[in-house]
Design a protein around this ligand. Sequence first.
Ligand SMILES: Nc1ccn([C@@H]2O[C@H](COP(=O)(O)OP(=O)(O)OP(=O)(O)O)[C@@H](O)[C@H]2O)c(=O)n1
Ligand SMILES: C[C@](O)(CO)[C@H](O)COP(=O)(O)O
Length: 400
Amino acid sequence: MTLTPVPHLAVIVVAAGSGTRLRGGAPKAFVGLDARSILHHALRGVFCAPAAQVVVVVPEGYEGDATTDALDAAGDRGELVTVVTGGATRQQSVAAGLTALWGDVDTVLVHDAARALTPAAVFERVVAALDDGAVAVIPVLPVVDTIKRVDGAGRVVAAVDRSELAAAQTPQGFRRSVLEAAVASADADHTDDAALVAAAGHPVVTVEGDARAFKVTTAPDLERARSLVTAAPEVEAAPTPATGIPRVGLGTDVHGFGGDGTLWLAGLEWPGEQALSGHSDGDAVAHAIVDALLAAAGLGDIGTHFGTDRPEFAGAHATAFLTHTVGLLAAAGWRVGNVAVQVQANRPRFAARRVEAEQALSRALGGAPVSVSATTTDGLGFTGRTEGVAAFATALVVPA
Ligand SMILES: Nc1ccn([C@@H]2O[C@H](COP(=O)(O)OP(=O)(O)OP(=O)(O)O)[C@@H](O)[C@H]2O)c(=O)n1
Ligand SMILES: C[C@](O)(CO)[C@H](O)COP(=O)(O)O
């Protein structure tokens, strides 16, 4: 998704850090997440913002690599890209980026390349606050851990009230004149641009950040980013949840009788009933729900994530499928609203276990409501001949 271009908006992507805490064997922005670098992933997000210019600030000697990444990520917007050499500190790199801005730019977002998986919605919120008249805007997340002040010997000195704290992310947005003046008059090195602007006496407002905008700082952060993009590349390409707007999806599945063991259907074991065949346990109800949820979130379909090339799902039951799907949704910023599923089958008879099935499926979906209905087809078709089971599901997902 690309927002409507804002003519006078530029994004400065600071990527000139060395990544000493990561120790990735190259400057951090040039370490790979998958086949592409951290910088490439960050720029893909940046090009969802309505920028008229994108300035990429990189370590000396990496200008060529950065240009290749930037032009690839830019697609047909390559003319917007300027690559410049950064400085010894982040603040100096921001200053270098500012010198490259075109004359008509009046609004600037500064974004860490290291926050490579920042969703477009965060850019949207920052731009919207600037449009509403703010001179400086930062995305923040609440601090979730209990915080202590400690002395040099590691002893606790005091508890800190975390309700007064927020963790700062990027992109941070500013009126250009305000940021330029703050950089020019800075008498200290600050770790973020908001601190610089606040030190110059300007109010800084906050908007909601996003857990996916985490900064790749240490090796575990890199692991997390890699697992997000390699385990579920579609997560990155999936539509970013538009604030407050839910989406619906549809899924169907069919399995024939003839499997080994007992029947598993709708997350329940059915002793004495003939099993369905399939790579997993043949639970057509669970699979239809997975398809409906993935479709709603724009994450492909069951074959994308649970194909026969995934041995861990051989023989797996509904809980494995549904909990994995909930995880994929969460990584893409969605949670399950509700699910309704209909089973067409002569056997098993659902009436006595319908509520039990709803509860089992709901548990596997983290508590989201699930409605199960069952019907026969008056002897028509393959379900009418008791050759198999068909299931049809609809799902609603809502921004997490
Ligand atoms: N001289 C610098 C230092 C940092 N950055 C950028 O600022 C962002 C946030 O910095 P940080 O995560 O601290 O990156 P590094 O400085 O590379 O990491 P470290 O402190 O571990 O060396 C990163 O995108 C980084 O590339 C920069 O452009 N120029
Ligand atoms: C700009 C920043 O990402 C906001 O959280 C941060 O300040 C970068 O520097 P840090 O030293 O890694 O916190």
